[in-house]
Every structure is written in structure tokens, then in C-alpha cells.
Design a protein around this ligand. Structure first.
Ligand SMILES: NC(=O)c1ccc[n+]([C@@H]2O[C@H](COP(=O)([O-])OP(=O)(O)OC[C@H]3O[C@@H](n4cnc5c(N)ncnc54)[C@H](OP(=O)(O)O)[C@@H]3O)[C@@H](O)[C@H]2O)c1
Length: 411
């Protein structure tokens, strides 16, 4: 039996493993998400309501409804739990929000409406369950409620391990831009990538939400950072600390970095073409980590494109792992991530990681915020002001206001 036999056997074993993994992941996610983001609307005048944005069907940004009759999370269900009730001051928009809204992930999510979208929050703890020990009433917190519990609203009830104290040098709007994007970057580079001083790291897409935190986290770990972005973002990513910037509209990272032996590639774009071309740059024992195993060009995402993405992943691992020991690893931002959030707070308070707000929208303008995020050309993050009374003074915008607040990035 020759090498060919072992390769074919290896391929089919891997393919079977991928199919089992996808089936298992779908089942787990489906049951985890079955109760997620679900809300009730008030049926009578005596019920306690809050402001919030709901969707009652899949579709374009027009399905986002700003309402004043969303039922408050029940306090009764807080007793004897490790959950807290948070008054949300600010949230932000992430691509997952409009990917769920459009229905392109509906094969993964049950069709239960109404639903509140939104992953991030910064706010104040207003009630705690008797089994809590990390947080208390009055704490200013930021984080990502578990199981896709929505944050485009005034109150959310979630596990205290999904949150942590807000960085003291950030206001709520800036703090709300951190959770999902910074957690994804931290998880990819530190928890999975095991980044170390002196490593050479390529971040594909350094100017977006995940990428801009990725560049800063990689620099905080004293690595050499190469990154790609469009012409208009070159100065921005240099200000974040990138050592070499490749303009994706004019250059190819694979060509510009061909003499570099990379330890890590952190892909935040999902361009199969760019990722494939850069694979050869990774040295033996390195890693290729992606936030989007589906090819971004296969739009909208579907079960078929996911399977195609995972098949590509299996083939890459089959091809590169035996010779170069370079695994290709897709990641998901972790739930209950208070320890990673603590570390992110430390990095922010030390001035190693700064937030960068592209635009602030009021919750009433959530449709415009989604449309802006769907352009896929956001520089840093979009922040959403939940309380109409919250001030946006001191917030750092993309190319307009130039004012100094501790923690904010100005370019
Ligand atoms: N797996 C997870 O748990 C997880 C978590 C978070 C995000 N994600 C996924 O990761 C992706 C990125 O998320 P995000 O929040 O960072 O999105 P984002 O903020 O919307 O990213 C936009 C940025 O991407 C840049 N960009 C677009 N095409 C590019 C290219 N070909 N090369 C380099 N840069 C490019 C844009 O720069 P220009 O304006 O210069 O084009 C823009 O600054 C999304 O698909 C998201 O769904 C996954």
C-alpha cells in the first residue's frame, strides 16, 4: 500500500470528522440559541416595558423596529441565580447582527420572533441574583451576554461571568465597542494563537473591529505586526502600531512578505484567495487562524457555503499539517469570558489597547447603523447610544471630531 492509499484514507477520515463536527456544532448551537435573543411585547398597560429594537421577520434593515413596548426582563427569574440585571447605556454593531437579521444564518437559528439583536454592552448593574459573587449593584460593567441575548435595549439579564468591570478610562460608548471584537481578537491571538514576544504575525484586515484590536493586542505582546488594509486606512493602522502595512488595493501580502517566516496569520476578512496565497509564508509549527472560515465572497452565507468552507479547512489541514505542522483553525468568540474581558480591561487601562469609534448612532437610528456596517468599510467600530440622555461628548469619530479622551484613538 503506497502513499496514495494513506493520503486517500486520511482525506476521507478527515472529511468524516469534518461532517461529524459540523453536525455536532449545528446541534449544539441550535439548542444553545433556541431561547436566545427572544423577547415578549407588552400585552396590557400594567406591564413593565422598556425601549428596544426588535425584529419580527428576516429581511433588510427595514425589519429593525424601534419600540417602547418591549417587556423588561423578569426580576423573579433572577433569584437564586448567578445572573445580574444590567441597565445598558451603550451597545455596538457587529457583522453577526446583520447576518442574523438578514436570515442568512437561519439554517442555524430557529425561526422564533420577536428577537432582540446586539452582542455588546456597557452599562450599570441594577440587580443581582443570590448566587453572584463577582459583581454587585452599582458596578459599571462591559461584556457580551451569553447565548446571543440581545443588547439593542435598555435592560438585559445575563450571567455575571459574561461581564466584568468597565475600564475606568473609557466612557460607556467606547467601552461598548470592545466586547465581541476585542474578545475575538484576544481569543484568536492569545488563547488559540499563543502569541509570544518576537513572533511575526500577519493580520489580514487591520482596520475593522476585530483587526484594529488584533493589531494592538499583537503589539502589546511585543510581536512584529504586518497587516493589510485599504489606502485610506494606512495611517490609521500605522497609528495602531502596525510595523508594516500592505495596501490590499495595490499590493499582495504574499508577495510583499515572501521573505518573512511568519508564526501566525490572523484572518479577519475571510478572503479565501488572500488566505491561501499567504499560507506558504507561515513557518513550520505556525498557525493560521480565521474568524470566517466561509469565503466572504460566497455571499450570502448558507449551509452549502459553510460546508464548502469546512471542506476547504479539511483540505488545508491535510495538505499543510503533515509537512509544515501548520493547522488552519476557525474560532468563535467565547461566552462567559469574564477572565478574558478582565485581561482586555488591563490592556485598555495600561494604554496598550485603545478604542476607535467610526460613528455613533442613537438606538432610534439602528437601521442606518446596520446599513453602514454592511458596507464592510467601517474603520474601528460603530457605537450605539441606548439612553437618549447619554452624552456623546468626548467620543472619537473617524475623520471628524479630533478630541482627546483617555483611551480613544485619534488619527
Ligand atoms: N468567529 C467569530 O466569533 C467572529 C467574531 C467577530 C467577527 N467575526 C467575523 O469576522 C469578520 C470581521 O469582523 P469585523 O467586526 O472586524 O468586521 P468590520 O469591522 O465590518 O470589518 C470592516 C473592515 O474590513 C476591512 N476590509 C474589507 N475587505 C478587506 C480586504 N480584502 N483586506 C483587508 N481588509 C479588508 C475594511 O477596510 P477597507 O474599508 O479598507 O476595505 C474595514 O475596515 C466578519 O465577517 C465577522 O462576521 C467572526
Amino acid at each position: 500500500m503506497g502513499l496514495q492509499y494513506y493520503l486517500i484514507r486520511g482525506f476521507f477520515t478527515l472529511l468524516a470528522a469534518v461532517i461529524v463536527t459540523i453536525a455536532f456544532a449545528l446541534r449544539t448551537l441550535k439548542s444553545a440559541l433556541a431561547k436566545s435573543g427572544l423577547v415578549m411585547l407588552a400585552q396590557g398597560p400594567n406591564e413593565e416595558t422598556m425601549l428596544g429594537v426588535i425584529i419580527q421577520r428576516y429581511g433588510g434593515s427595514e425589519v429593525l423596529e424601534y419600540r417602547n413596548d418591549v417587556l423588561n426582563p423578569s426580576l423573579d427569574e433572577l433569584a437564586n441565580t448567578d445572573q445580574v440585571l444590567v441597565k445598558i447605556e451603550a451597545t455596538s454593531v457587529n457583522p453577526i447582527d446583520w447576518k442574523i437579521r438578514s436570515g442568512e444564518l437561519k439554517w442555524l437559528l430557529p425561526n422564533t420572533f420577536p428577537k432582540i439583536l446586539g452582542r455588546d454592552l456597557s452599562g450599570t448593574v441594577v440587580a443581582v441574583g443570590s448566587k453572584t459573587h463577582l459583581l454587585k449593584v452599582g458596578d459599571q460593567v462591559f461584556g457580551m451576554p451569553e447565548k446571543l441575548k440581545g443588547t439593542y435595549c435598555e435592560y438585559v439579564r445575563c450571567c455575571e461571568r459574561s461581564l466584568t468591570r468597565k475600564p475606568h478610562n473609557l466612557d460607556h460608548l467606547n467601552a461598548a465597542t470592545l466586547p465581541l471584537a476585542a474578545l475575538t481578537a484576544y481569543h484568536g491571538l492569545v488563547s488559540v494563537g499563543k502569541i509570544k514576544p518576537g513572533m511575526k504575525v500577519l493580520i489580514l484586515g487591520g482596520s475593522g473591529g476585530v483587526g484594529s484590536f488584533g493589531v494592538q493586542i499583537a503589539k502589546a505582546y511585543n510581536s512584529t505586526v504586518f497587516t493589510t488594509c485599504g489606502t485610506h486606512n494606512i495611517q490609521f493602522v500605522k497609528n495602531l502600531g502596525a510595523d508594516q502595512v500592505i495596501d490590499y488595493s495595490k499590493q499582495k501580502a504574499a508577495k510583499e512578505l515572501k521573505n518573512q517566516e511568519l508564526d501566525l496569520i490572523f484572518d479577519t476578512v475571510g478572503s479565501k484567495e488572500d488566505r491561501d496565497q499567504c499560507y506558504e509564508l507561515v513557518k513550520r509549527g505556525g498557525k493560521v487562524i480565521t474568524t470566517l472560515p466561509i469565503n466572504a465572497k460566497d455571499n450570502p452565507h448558507s449551509l452549502f457555503t459553510l460546508i464548502k468552507g469546512f471542506a476547504d479547512l479539511a483540505l488545508k489541514n491535510l495538505y499543510y499539517y503533515p509537512t509544515k505542522r501548520v493547522p488552519y483553525i476557525p474560532i468563535l468568540a467565547p461566552d462567559y469570558a469574564h477572565k478574558q474581558l478582565d485581561r482586555i480591561r488591563e490592556l485598555v487601562e495600561a494604554g496598550d489597547v485603545r478604542t476607535r469609534i467610526d460613528t455613533v448612532f442613537d438606538l432610534t437610528d439602528i437601521q442606518k447603523a446596520h446599513e453602514h456596517s454592511e458596507s464592510s468599510h467601517v474603520k474601528g467600530k460603530i457605537a450605539i447610544n441606548i439612553s437618549p440622555s447619554s452624552s456623546t461628548q468626548g467620543v472619537v469619530y473617524a475623520d471628524t471630531i479630533k478630541c482627546a479622551i483617555p483611551g480613544g484613538i485619534i488619527d
